[in-house]
Ligand binder design. Structure first.
Ligand code: NAP
Ligand code: GLV
Length: 310
């Protein structure tokens, strides 16, 4: 028998528990906060755990993040050293993120906002149809999600510039890396997509300097974390016309507070942190695979590098 603890509030938790037990009969599952045997817990499944909680389980041997981003786990100063952290990587999470980015990019590229205004004015006015080759897209973060979005957009003919921490060589994508190459990367980007993990290096990276390095009238899509964005700098860049608009799926405070200026800002499109999700069956299977690898002493996939913060 081996014990896992779930620290996660979700409507379909019972279903997850039933499916985990059906696939791994020797699994003992506890659900936080009612933990009967803390000394037996060997694995924790979580996304946004309360601070300090991980240190309460002396036998803890693996942490499984239910999210792709792990900053909520790494922020804990009492996180036990040397316990591996595995994050969720699942093909549907990737393809749905790419769908969202395609939607946001194509809305800009095919002038959806202009046609909406024309329709409201009941005005029949065809606009010139731009070539995809004239719209360079920048992607900050060339990891699992960024690379898929970059490749898919590139197959539609969009020139892509990608930025990562370490050098990359991806067919058809102009790759940049490191802080020194951020501004050169941005200089041609009509649309900028943020798909970086939230780390001390990337916090606040969508700021005045970044926006100024892009061509005037560019558009920003943030699907990573709200804290990548300096909110006041976005509003100033929209007011000055340096940016023409922004599509935001993530926010520093979620849910976005009722009185937040973003809600009523005409050039901002808001979604409630739904850029991607996976169906519970695939999600559960991915968790089962990780639990089985851990139980059987097999190498764990999708390990987080704690030093790098992602
Ligand atoms: P990933 O595979 O870990 O990729 C991260 C990428 O960011 C890598 O290319 C990495 O560079 C780059 N990077 C990290 N630090 C950097 C720095 N200081 N400078 C330049 N590049 C840097 O992550 P992922 O799976 O693609 O996910 C990215 C993020 O998306 C997650 O962390 C999460 O916050 C967010 N997300 C949001 C949603 C949503 O629904 N809105 C859903 C899932 C994920 P290297 O390749 O050189 O290491
Ligand atoms: C969602 O935001 C995730 O990190 O998976």
């Amino acid at each position: 028998m081996f014990s896992i603890l779930i620290i996660y509030e979700a409507e379909n938790l019972e279903l997850l528990i039933t499916e985990l037990k059906a696939s791994i009969p020797d699994l003992d599952i506890e659900v936080w906060p009612e933990v009967e045997n803390p000394e037996k817990i060997e694995a924790i499944l979580t996304w946004k755990p309360p601070l300090g909680i991980m240190a309460k389980f002396p036998q803890l041997k693996v942490i499984m993040s239910l999210g792709a981003g792990v900053e909520q786990i790494l922020r804990d100063p009492n996180l036990p050293q040397n316990v591996p952290i595995v994050r969720i990587v699942e093909p549907r999470v990737t393809s749905r993120m790419t769908e969202y980015i395609l939607l946001a990019v194509l809305r800009v590229h095919r002038q959806a906002f202009a046609y909406q205004t024309l329709q409201q004015a009941q005005h029949w006015q065809p606009l010139p149809l731009p070539e995809t080759s004239s719209c360079t897209i920048g992607i900050l973060g060339l990891g699992i999600l960024g690379t898929d979005a970059a490749r898919t957009l590139n197959t539609l003919g969009f020139p892509i510039r990608g930025w990562s921490r370490t050098p990359k060589n991806i067919d058809g994508i102009k790759c940049f890396h490191g802080l020194d190459q951020l501004q050169p990367c941005l200089s041609q980007c009509r649309v900028l997509v943020c798909l970086l993990p939230l780390t001390k290096e990337t916090k606040g990276i969508l700021n005045r300097e970044t926006f100024s390095a892009m061509p005037q009238g560019s558009y920003v899509i943030n699907v990573a974390r709200g804290q990548h964005l300096v909110e006041q700098d976005l509003l100033a860049a929209l007011d000055s016309g340096q940016l023409s608009g922004a599509c935001l799926d993530v926010f520093s405070q979620e849910p976005l507070p009722e009185n937040h200026p973003f809600w009523s800002y005409p050039q901002i499109t808001i979604t409630p942190h739904v850029a991607t999700q996976t169906d519970s069956e695939y999600w559960t299977q991915s968790l089962i695979d990780t639990i089985c690898c851990f139980r059987d002493g097999l190498p764990l996939k999708n390990l987080v590098n704690r030093q790098q913060g992602y």
